[in-house]
Design a protein around this ligand. Sequence first.
Ligand code: ARG
Length: 582
Amino acid sequence: MKAFLQTLLDQTIDLLKQDGTIPADLQPRFQIDHPKDKAHGDLATNLAMVLAKPARTSPRLLAENIIARLPKSALIRKAEIAGPGFINVFLDPLWLASQVERSLADPRLGVPLAESPQRVVVDYSSPNLAKEMHVGHLRSTIIGDAMARTLSFLGHQVVRQNHVGDWGTQFGMLLAHMEEVRQGGKSPKMQLSDLEGFYRQAKERFDSSEPFADRARQLVVELQSGDSYCRKLWQEFLEISLSHCQQVYDRLNVLLERDDVVGESFYNDELPQVVADLEEAGLLTVDQEAKCVFLDEFKGQDDAPLPMIVQKKDGGYLYATTDLAAIRYRKRVLNAERILYFVDVRQSLHFQQLFAVARKAGFATEATSLEHMGFGTVMGEDGKPFKTRSGGTVKLADLLDEAEQRAGQLVRAKNPELPEEELAKIGRVVGIASVKYADLSKNRSSDYLFSFDHMISFEGDTAPYLLYAYTRVASIFRKGGLDNQVLTGNVLLNEEVEFDLAGKLVQFGEVLGRVAERGYPHYLCGYLYDLSGIFSSFYKNCPVLTCEDPAIRHSRLMLSQLTAKVLHQGLDLLGIETLERM
Ligand code: ARG
């Protein structure tokens, strides 16, 4: 609904330009908000305050002028001046009702497609394959996935890229251990079912045996030079590790597939060319025998210049070199217009340097938007990064097991009468949803505290609360025998809470637009939580199935149905499954 008011205000600005009230070339930047306090209307704008200076008048006088010139529209019931010159707009219930009717009839629920769809690369999950996925990979995986889903829903072309760490010296050690295991007559495949343990054993061997360490180093060199025996061994390792990741993705209801894996090794052959391109662009400096790029804008302590090293003294390449190659590929081959990186905020300096160097080298142009969507750390209840009781990293698979098991207990206590099979399914859905929602609903830029007790609870802003709200709306249709038919007809907004519910429902598209632009799925979570709250008051105050007036009953059913659809769609964009009962 902001977009509707925006159009009216744009027309008014044109009128003010035509009669010389403001300069014709002025492009004012003003805001339209949803006031928290209902006394301030449904929408408010600071336009008059922004334009008062160029119009050489007072904001309140100008506000009067703007209100007088606002094109007549069914949207507005009344517009008022408030405070220093805000304009508060009150929506017309008839208009709002018509928007609800339209949204319900529209399979996209009234959400418009993006005006200029973009090709967006979303780099997410991207674990290192030498080890099993741990809690540190949770945020990238699920926030990135929610973004990929939201962008596609808005009509953008999304290319998912799982930039896995599948290259580097630690693979020498792993391959050497695979060899030993096989020589000992065991199958590495079996041993690799515990990837974590396998890594630990390999590391122990590496640290304690000189011949083993030599063999590991030799294998790295052979792997890099494309030796076929080595490649095969490495491939075998990757397949197993990737299948572990895929199991986690499937459990998490994350869209990533095998084809989305384009890891570090993929860029290996292009690294010499990347360095050559940097040389050509005059960006390279040799410092202590390493090839580096120094940019003026990056200074370390004491103002010392801060290099981005792209090739080490021994000829080896680095994480940064691979990332430069990836940008080059994403721009040239994937035609990316926007590249989003869902990576820990602790890598911000890396990304700032990367983006700056990539632009200077021409790997990305000004038109390519490069965005590091950084996220904070998952903290334990002790206020330190989340660890197991013994201080180890928490495997993602174990964390999900525990969530499912705890959620199972919760739903079993609530519905002892349900058949065991259904309870197990509900427990699974609720457990995974709880972990995902607890993470997605926090501002990604900050750290957050991981607490099973908070996230698996029906109280507060949690997945069980939202899933339960959804089942409650869905049950209206089951009880009324109205499953599966989309209701048409007239929506009537007589009660205040009906008006509020309608007002919230038609904001869905706006919220998704903001999520897509800024990369913050917590906006969508907050919206769904508010919507559930308003629905709950509506449901308390406005009888639906038992309402005696058939027209009002029908209208309330329509409002309920749109609520169900928006909740369902919204949760789906977060990658959260819904249940029909729980
Ligand atoms: N594998 C890296 C890590 O675990 C994350 C990679 C993120 N993506 C990227 N293009 N750098 O830290």
